[in-house]
Design a binder for this molecule. Structure first.
Ligand SMILES: CC(C)(COP(=O)(O)OP(=O)(O)OC[C@H]1O[C@@H](n2cnc3c(N)ncnc32)[C@H](O)[C@@H]1OP(=O)(O)O)[C@@H](O)C(=O)NCCC(=O)NCCS
Length: 167
């Protein structure tokens, strides 16, 4: 059975494992250095009470996570969050990404955030499909936004209004 809940520091190792698979795949992020469970525990602690992280469990095992973080320091953007979503390699394509994003959007709404934004590599069909499915709009494409393994990569900007702003 699949369920979603807020992440706790006890999930740090599972979140790191799933994130590191996504980093290794080179299809999801410009990050190239794997994260340790301690790195993740530190991030979760810093975000507590302000930026939600959710996990998806199947039969008691964490198979996916999604998290929100600060978009910009400027006070006018305090209600805007960046987000990430990662599903364990073995569990992709079975609805866990969608469950994670639906739970994250609900958690962000509950905290009074009004917008989620991110960037997706154009080649990341699974992510683009998932995000369209859960109500994200593709705003446009940043050309040559950064280099990954020495190669320029474009990114597609995505946004979704939540809560009152979405009405
Ligand atoms: C992108 C990712 C989060 C999607 O999660 P998922 O659990 O695999 O996706 P879901 O099973 O919830 O599917 C959501 C939608 O995307 C579609 N989809 C999933 N995988 C797909 C693929 N490989 N190609 C095309 N569409 C795909 C599904 O059909 C579904 O659409 P539908 O409801 O119209 O049928 C997951 O594949 C992943 O973790 N990838 C590596 C990390 C990553 O890219 N993260 C996003 C960074 S921006």
């Amino acid at each position: 059975m699949t369920s979603t809940r807020s992440a706790t520091e006890a999930d740090a190792a599972a979140i790191a494992r799933i994130y590191n698979e996504g980093i290794a795949d080179r299809l999801a992020t410009f990050e190239t250095e794997p994260r340790s469970p301690d790195d993740i525990a530190h991030i979760l602690k810093e975000r507590t009470g302000r930026w939600p992280t959710v996990v998806v469990e199947r039969d008691g095992t964490v198979i996916a996570w999604a998290g929100a973080s600060e978009y910009r320091r400027r006070p006018c953007y305090a209600g805007v969050a960046e987000f990430s979503v990662y599903v364990s390699r073995a569990d992709r394509g079975a609805g866990a990404g969608r469950a994670a994003m639906e739970a994250l959007v609900a958690a962000c709404e509950q905290r009074g955030l009004y917008k989620l934004v991110s960037r997706v590599f154009p080649e990341n069909e699974a992510s683009r499909k998932l995000l369209a499915r859960v109500g994200f709009r593709e705003v446009g494409t940043y050309r040559r936004h950064a280099k990954l393994d020495g190669e320029w990569r474009d990114t597609v900007i995505v946004e979704r209004l939540v809560g009152e702003a979405a009405d």
